[in-house]
Structure formats: C-alpha cells, structure tokens
Design a protein around this ligand. Structure first.
Ligand code: GFB
Length: 331
C-alpha cells in the first residue's frame, strides 16, 4: 500500500475496524474510505456494489459485521450467520468486480474444529466438527475464506484471510451479556468494585483456556500482511500464549483492585476447551506481538473507566476519507 492508495475499511465502527483506521491514520495513509452507515447495511448488495464502482478502492480490510461472545452466539445464531455471510459476500464480490488489488478478510479462531490439536495450525481447517456454541458464525467465516480462495483461483484475485485469536481492547463490547470474556469481566469487575459488591460471577468452570490478542497488535499485523503476504493460504495471528479463564479473571481483579471474590457459574457454557493458534507461519515472516496481556488489560481497563460501555460508533464522522478537508476524522 502506498500512502495515497485508496483503502476501504469495512465495518469501521467495530472494534477491529476502528483499530485499523487508527493505525492507518498514525501511519499517514491519507486516502481512507469508509461507508457512512452502520455495518449492518453491508447486507445491502446494491449499495455495496454502487460504493465500489463509484469509489474504486484499491485495498480492502474486511472485519466481521457482527461479533459476540459465547452467549450472544448461542442466542442470536440467525443474525450471526445472516449478517456475516451476506455482508462478506457482497463486499468480496464487489471488490472483485471493481478490480480491487488486495483484500484482507478477517476469519476467526472458531473456524478450527473443537477437537483440533493444539496449537491450531492453518491446515486444520475443515478436519473435524466445530464447537456447537458458535457453529453458525464459524460457518459464515469458513464460507468467507472459501470465497476468497475461490476468487483467487478462478479470477486471479489477491484476497487473503487471517485468523485472529480472541481480540480485545478499546471500543470492545463491554456488555456482560453479549461481549467476549475479557471485556465482560472488566465491566463486571469494575461494577462490583464501584458498587462494593461482594463477588464477581465468572461463567463456566474457569478451566477453558483462551489466547487473547490486543486489537492494536492485530491492526499492526494486518498492515504488515497487507504489505507482505500474498498467499491464498490462511494465516494465524496470535499472541502465542493462552491462559485459563480463572487466571484471566484473577488478573483483571488484581488490575482493577477489586477485593471481593470470584464465583463460578457452572450453568453457563465453557465452549472450546482450548483455542491456541500456531503462529509459526506469521513468525517466519518476521512479525511478533508487542503488547503483553497484563499491559493490554491495564490499558483496556483504563479505557473502560473513561468511556464506560460507549462503543465508538463514529456516527458524527461517518463520512470517510481521513485527512480530507471535506470529511470526518478517524477514531
Ligand atoms: O469470550 P467468550 O464469550 O467466547 O467466552 P469464546 C470464553 C470463555 O470465557 C467461555 C467464559 O468459557 C465462557 O464461559 N466466561 C467466563 C465468560 N465469564 C464470562 C463472561 O462474563 N462473559 C463471557 N462472554 N464469557 C467466541 C465465539 O467463543 O469467540 C465467537 O463465540 C468467536 O464465535 C470468538 O469465535 C472469538 O472464546 O468461547
């Protein structure tokens, strides 16, 4: 990507989209496009096709249109499969028709089978049954990977797919009902501390392990891959370390300075027992993460105490080209 390349960040109001925009701004990319509406509207095929034909982006980042934690995935399976399949299909097809030079599609670690050998290598895709709590979302993501690979094969496109570990950071979904574990536990712990409640409830047994990746590390890896990786093969992006949920909860409690106790609610699902990504492929290219889990949680806790459950939706600046006088600002 050149500094004046036309770069489209889809779903720019999501945590990942916002982090990519932030990073592009820091790196002085001056011609960045966003669609001035909520990501749900990427389900509108005509609008997406028109946007691509008129704006002619050269590079595209395509994060998920709809994400959520284990409970949201179980409660809203239809929304997860519909919104993601429809949005990604519209964008990938329109990108090909508009002659986009390169597209980066965000898959998810839930694309790998439930009983996948750990750490999970890229060639484990489609080798076994998926974890049932997020199967609709995982199937949408697998369809996206397959679509990118098919367009590469048939049309010589350059559409790459990355598999991030569980991402967290500023502008995450801190709603305890719908968010992922780290953000949910930050919100619950802060609330308990502020209201002087005696305990924080942690879902499940606490024994599943999760690999967490700060969203700024993810953005860094994605810019790196946009400039250096041209293979149709999947590539994992992880921190290289996982931790039991019980330990994650203790770390958050320590950082927040909460003095009550942790209680485990066994009626809630555990999901995948472990999801550690094998990052050999990415390391061999020369990329490694920079933000430790402890630092990342500290920063995220700090962000949460300043912003609360506010999502950075950028409605006021939803028009788009960073650096252009006529339009809005990156987050
Ligand atoms: O992050 P999470 O919601 O989703 O849950 P997954 C991870 C683990 O943390 C599970 C436990 O074992 C949860 O039971 N947990 C403990 C909690 N306390 C909490 C809490 O307060 N909130 C939440 N949410 N979890 C998601 C998939 O799986 O990972 C998505 O559903 C996607 O499709 C995403 O792949 C990356 O890590 O299990």
């Amino acid at each position: 990507m050149e500094k004046d390349s036309r770069i489209f960040v889809a779903c720019h109001e999501t945590m990942i989209g916002a982090a990519i925009l932030r990073r592009l701004r820091v790196d002085d990319f001056g011609n960045v496009l966003t669609i001035p509406i909520s990501s749900g509207d990427l389900t509108d095929q005509k609008m997406v096709a028109k946007f691509f034909m008129e704006e002619r982006p050269e590079y595209v980042f395509l994060p998920s249109a709809k994400v959520g934690g284990i409970l949201a995935n179980s409660r809203y399976p239809a929304e997860f499969i519909y919104t993601n399949i429809q949005s990604q299909t519209n964008v990938v097809h329109a990108a090909w028709r508009a002659g986009v030079k390169k597209l980066l599609f965000f898959a998810s670690s839930c694309v790998y089978p439930k009983s996948c050998p750990q750490p999970m290598r890229e060639n484990s895709l489609l080798t076994g049954k998926l974890e049932p709590t997020n199967e609709p979302y995982a199937i949408a993501k697998i369809a996206g990977i397959e679509m990118c690979q098919s367009y590469n094969r048939q049309y010589s496109a350059n559409f790459i797919s990355v598999v991030p570990a569980d991402v967290y950071g500023p502008a995450d979904d801190f709603n305890p009902e719908t968010g992922h574990v780290l953000a949910a536990l930050i919100a619950k712990t802060h609330r308990a501390k502020t209201l002087r409640e005696p305990e924080v409830v942690v879902w499940g047994t606490g024994s599943p392990r999760r690999e967490c990746l700060h969203v700024d590390d993810l953005a860094d890896a994605c810019l790196f891959l946009m400039n250096s990786y041209d293979s149709p093969e999947l590539i994992n992006i992880g921190s290289g370390e996982d931790i039991p949920i019980s330990e994650m909860a203790k770390l958050i409690v320590r950082i927040a300075g909460f003095e009550g106790k942790l209680v485990f609610d066994h009626s809630k699902p555990d999901g995948m027992p472990r999801k550690l990504l094998d990052t050999t492929r990415l390391k061999a290219l020369g990329w490694s993460p920079k933000i430790s889990l402890e630092d990342g949680i500290r920063k995220t806790y700090e962000w949460f105490t300043l912003h609360g459950t506010e999502r950075k939706t950028h409605s006021a600046e939803s028009t788009g080209r960073i650096g252009s006088a006529s339009v809005g600002h990156a987050p």
